[in-house]
Ligand binder design. Structure first.
Ligand SMILES: Nc1nc2c(ncn2[C@@H]2O[C@H](COP(=O)(O)OP(=O)(O)OP(=O)(O)O)[C@@H](O)[C@H]2O)c(=O)[nH]1
Ligand SMILES: [Mg+2]
Length: 318
C-alpha cells in the first residue's frame, strides 16, 4: 500500500518536465502556414496539459485515503503527520489538475479563432505562463506530500489478519533482543533506552501457521498526555494490533529502571487494555527471581522455546 506511492516532484520539476515534452511536439507540414501553426500550438498545449495532469493524477490516485485504512494506520498517521494538511494537499493537487484541463480547453478555442500566426504563438505562451503559475501555486502542497511519502514509506507492513504478539515493556529490558531471536525481524539492539523508535514487524512460522511478532519502543510509566511520539506508537500497537501482549520485565534492573516502576506500568496496561498479557522476566542469565513468571534470557536463548509454546497455547494455535 505504501510502497506504491510515487516520488513527488517539486513544482519546478513538473514545470520543466511539462515544457520539455511540449517542446518536442511536431505536426504535419502544411502548405497553409496559419493552419499549421494553429495545429502546432494546440498540439503543444494539449501535450503540456496531458503531462501535467497525468503527473498530478498519479499523486491523487496513489496516495492512500487515510480514512479508509485500518485503525492502527489511521491513528499512527494521525500521530506522525498532519492529516488535515494531507487531505488539503491532495485536494489542491486535484484542483490544479482541473484548472489546467479547463485552461487547455479555453486556449484551444482561442487559438482556433486566431487569424494570424503571432496570435497562435501568443496564446500558446499565455497558456504556458498560466499553467506554470497554477503548478507553482501548489508548490507547498507538493512539498508536504513529498514529506508525507517519506513518513509513509517507513511505516511497518502489518497484516491485520494474522495473530499478533506485541512485545511491550520498559526501555532497555530486551524487547528487541527477544524479537530478534523469535522472528524474521532484525531490530537494532543497544544498551541504552529508546533504541527502538517505531513499530517493527517480524514473523514467526509455527507448525500451526504464521504469527506476527511486533517490537515496540520502550514505555515509561507515565500518563498518556506526557508520552512522546515514540512511546505513543507502542501504545497504538498494543491498542490496535495485539492478540496477546508479551510484557517483558527486567528484574536485574540493568535496564536502568526499577522492577517496581516496571510493575507499575504493567498494572496500568492491564487496566487500560483488555487484551491477554503474558508476563515474562528477561535477563535470567543475570538474575533469577523467585516469582512465578515465565523466565527467559533473550540473549542466551534460555527459556525461549517454552515461551513460544506458551504463546502458541495462549493464542489457541498450540
Ligand atoms: N544479560 C542480558 N542482556 C540482555 C538480555 N536481553 C537483552 N539484553 C541487553 O539489554 C540491552 C537492551 O536490549 P534491547 O533489546 O535493545 O532492549 P529494548 O527493550 O528493545 O530497548 P528499547 O528499544 O530501547 O526500548 C542490550 O544491551 C541487550 O544486549 C538478556 O537476556 N540478558
Ligand atoms: Mg528495542
Amino acid at each position: 500500500m505504501f510502497r506504491e506511492i510515487p516520488t513527488v516532484l517539486t513544482a519546478q520539476e513538473i514545470i520543466d518536465k511539462v515544457f520539455r515534452r511540449a517542446k518536442k511536439v511536431e505536426v504535419q507540414v502544411l502548405r497553409n502556414r496559419l493552419l499549421m501553426h494553429k495545429n502546432l500550438s494546440i498540439a503543444k498545449i494539449f501535450t503540456a496539459r496531458d503531462v501535467a495532469v497525468s503527473t498530478l493524477k498519479r499523486y491523487v490516485d496513489k496516495f492512500p485515503y487515510i480514512n479508509k485504512m485500518h485503525p492502527f494506520y489511521r491513528s499512527l498517521l494521525d500521530l506522525l503527520l498532519d492529516k488535515n494538511q494531507y487531505t488539503k494537499s491532495l485536494g489542491s493537487v486535484a484542483w490544479a489538475m482541473g484548472r489546467i484541463e479547463g485552461l487547455a480547453d479555453k486556449y484551444y478555442r482561442k487559438i482556433k479563432g486566431c487569424g494570424d500566426v503571432e496570435c497562435a504563438v501568443k496564446y500558446r505562451r499565455e497558456f504556458y505562463g498560466r499553467a506554470a503559475s497554477i503548478i507553482k501555486q501548489i508548490s507547498p502542497h507538493l512539498q508536504f506530500l513529498a514529506q508525507a511519502r517519506e513518513v509513509m514509506k517507513k511505516l511497518p507492513e502489518v497484516d491485520t489478519s494474522l495473530p499478533t504478539i506485541v512485545i511491550a515493556g520498559y526501555p532497555n529490558v530486551g524487547k528487541s533482543e527477544l524479537v530478534n531471536r523469535l522472528s524474521t525481524a532484525k531490530p537494532e539492539i543497544a544498551a541504552y533506552p529508546f533504541t527502538t523508535k517505531g513499530i517493527i514487524v517480524g514473523h514467526l512460522d509455527t507448525p500451526k501457521g504464521r504469527i506476527q511478532i511486533v517490537d515496540t519502543p520502550g514505555l515509561l510509566d507515565r500518563p498518556l498526555e506526557k508520552r512522546n511520539k515514540i512511546e505513543k506508537q507502542a501504545i497504538l500497537a498494543l491498542k490496535h494490533l495485539a492478540t496477546l501482549i508479551v510484557f517483558l520485565l527486567d528484574p536485574s534492573e540493568t535496564c536502568g529502571y526499577s522492577l517496581k516502576e516496571q510493575e507499575n506500568l504493567l498494572r496500568e496496561i492491564r487496566g487500560d487494555f483488555h487484551i491477554p498479557i503474558l508476563e515474562v522476566e528477561n535477563k535470567v542469565d543475570l538474575l533469577r527471581s523467585d516469582s512465578p513468571r515465565i523466565k527467559i534470557s533473550a540473549k542466551t536463548g534460555e527459556g525461549v522455546d517454552s515461551l513460544v509454546e506458551e504463546i502458541l497455547s495462549r493464542i489457541g494455535a498450540g
